[in-house]
Every structure is written in structure tokens, then in C-alpha cells.
Write a protein that binds this ligand. Structure first.
Ligand SMILES: [Zn+2]
Length: 264
């Protein structure tokens, strides 16, 4: 039985949270949480420098799980050693997915053709190991759809993280027939997010995941501050209001969805 408000933050960057909040470790962060504290965390490492911390925290903290993959921002740093290292990390049962990987044409920190190439390589890597995926997509809708449309990917659970697209893009993604989950962050509480709230309202309830993307995307009323996993209850309030359901319904639903996506 789930506790009434059990939740897992399915996407956070604990190293950046600790850094920005000037905390030494997770136990110090946990002191910031209210009674509605997360049951577990899925911590994301998305560049090579983040891997040592990733390995340490998965080893030392029972309630920290992980996903690792190279972010489109850092696609230019991808090489065969890194590919090999990530492949090895996937053998750890606490590493639940390959990601976040994808395309980001908003910042274009790596050239688009490199992003595309590295995205393809990592998709193939995940496919060969039958690993779930965490997808980052920003201002790259057509190319993202093109890559994810590969029918070989249909059986891998896929978390479209920090979804900020509109209902049209949501429907296009669904038309790929993939096994999709959508992570909603504090962005859904922002004043100008009507388009995303429309997705929260209309998407399949079995597709909704709770995530912070901490330290980014703190929900209202903390917008602009350093986000942490203990802010999820604010996101839950918002989803409950949008779907016209109780908060405990949202917690129960998302806890089950997390199990379906990540097996925890
Ligand atoms: Zn992230």
C-alpha cells in the first residue's frame, strides 16, 4: 500500500542542487524537506564530469537511483570511451534508464548535426541493452519526432522529461506509438504555461510523472529560486487542480506510473 502522499522525484540533478544550495550531502538536503518528503530520487548524470558523483551517490544512498546519458548540450564531448563507460554503468541495477539524451536547438551548445548523431548513437545503445530512455527536447520538435519514430524503439519505456510542448506536439509524439511517459515540473505552475496545462489536462493519466528537474524550474511561489525534490507537493497541487482530482489521487496515480516506467 502506498502512503497517502508517497512520491519519487523522477528527475533531478542532486549534484547541482547540493552545489547551488552549498550543502555537503543528501542528509543536509533532507533537512530542508517538510513532512511530505520524497520516498526516493532518480538522479541524472548528463555529462562526463558528473559520472564520479553519480557512481558515489548510487553506492552510498539506498534511496537514490539514477539515469545517465550525455545531454545534447555536451554532444560534442561524446566519444567511444564515454559510450563504453555509460554502457558499463547500465549494468548497475540502480541505473534505471539511459538519459537525458535528445536535441536542444534553443541553446545550440553543440552543432545540430553532432547532437543528432550522438542522439542516434545513444538510442541504439539503450536499445541494445533494452534500457528505458529519458528524452530532452527543446525547440527541435520535427527532428525529435523523426528520431523517436523509429519503430524499433516502441518497446522501451520513454520519459519525455520536463515536457513543455503544447497539445499538438504531445499528440504528434503519441502518434509514434511509443511507450511514453511525460514528466511535468514546476513549469506547469507558471502564469504563462496555459499550453502545458492543456497537456496536463488532456494527456493519458497513466502517462503522468512527477519530476522537479531540480535545481531548475522551481514551482510558483518559489519561481527563480533553487529547486529541490521537496517542492513536488506544489506540482501535485497544480495537477490536482487541473485534472479536478484530489491530491492523494495524484500521488497514488504518479506513484504507480513511476513503477510502470522505472520499475521502482
Ligand atoms: Zn534534467
Amino acid at each position: 500500500m502506498n502512503k497517502p502522499a508517497a512520491y519519487i522525484d523522477t528527475h533531478c540533478h542532486l549534484d547541482s542542487v547540493l552545489n547551488k544550495m552549498k550543502l555537503n550531502d543528501l542528509s543536509e538536503l533532507k533537512k530542508q524537506f517538510s513532512d511530505l518528503a520524497p520516498e526516493a530520487f532518480i538522479h541524472i548524470a548528463c555529462d562526463a564530469e558528473a559520472i564520479p558523483f553519480f557512481e558515489r551517490i548510487l553506492e552510498s544512498e539506498a534511496d537514490v537511483f539514477g539515469a545517465v546519458g550525455i545531454h545534447p548540450h555536451d554532444a560534442s564531448t561524446y566519444n567511444s570511451d564515454l559510450h563504453q563507460k555509460i554502457t558499463e554503468l547500465m549494468a548497475n541495477p540502480k541505473v534505471l534508464a539511459w538519459g537525458e539524451i535528445g536535441l536542444d536547438y534553443h541553446y545550440d551548445f553543440s552543432p545540430r548535426e553532432v547532437q543528432m548523431d550522438v542522439f542516434k548513437t545513444q538510442l541504439r545503445g539503450a536499445l541494445s541493452l533494452n534500457k528505458a530512455l529519458v528524452i530532452h527536447t527543446r525547440e527541435a520538435e520535427a527532428d525529435t519526432l523523426n528520431e523517436l519514430g523509429d519503430s524499433a524503439l516502441k518497446n522501451l519505456p520513454m520519459h519525455i522529461h520536463c515536457f513543455t510542448g503544447d497539445l499538438r506536439f504531445y499528440r504528434e509524439l503519441k502518434s509514434t506509438g511509443n511507450n511514453l511517459f511525460f514528466g511535468f515540473t514546476g513549469v506547469i505552475t507558471f502564469k504563462n504555461s496555459d499550453g502545458i496545462r492543456e497537456v496536463v489536462q488532456n494527456c493519458g493519466e497513466e502517462e503522468i510523472l512527477l519530476e522537479t528537474d531540480a535545481p531548475y524550474m522551481a514551482p510558483t511561489p518559489w519561481r527563480g529560486q533553487i529547486a529541490h525534490s521537496g517542492m513536488i507537493p506544489q506540482i501535485v497541487k497544480s495537477i490536482a487542480a487541473i485534472r479536478n482530482k484530489s491530491e492523494s489521487w495524484v500521488y497514488g496515480l504518479c506513484r504507480n506510473n513511476t513503477r510502470n516506467m522505472y520499475g521502482i
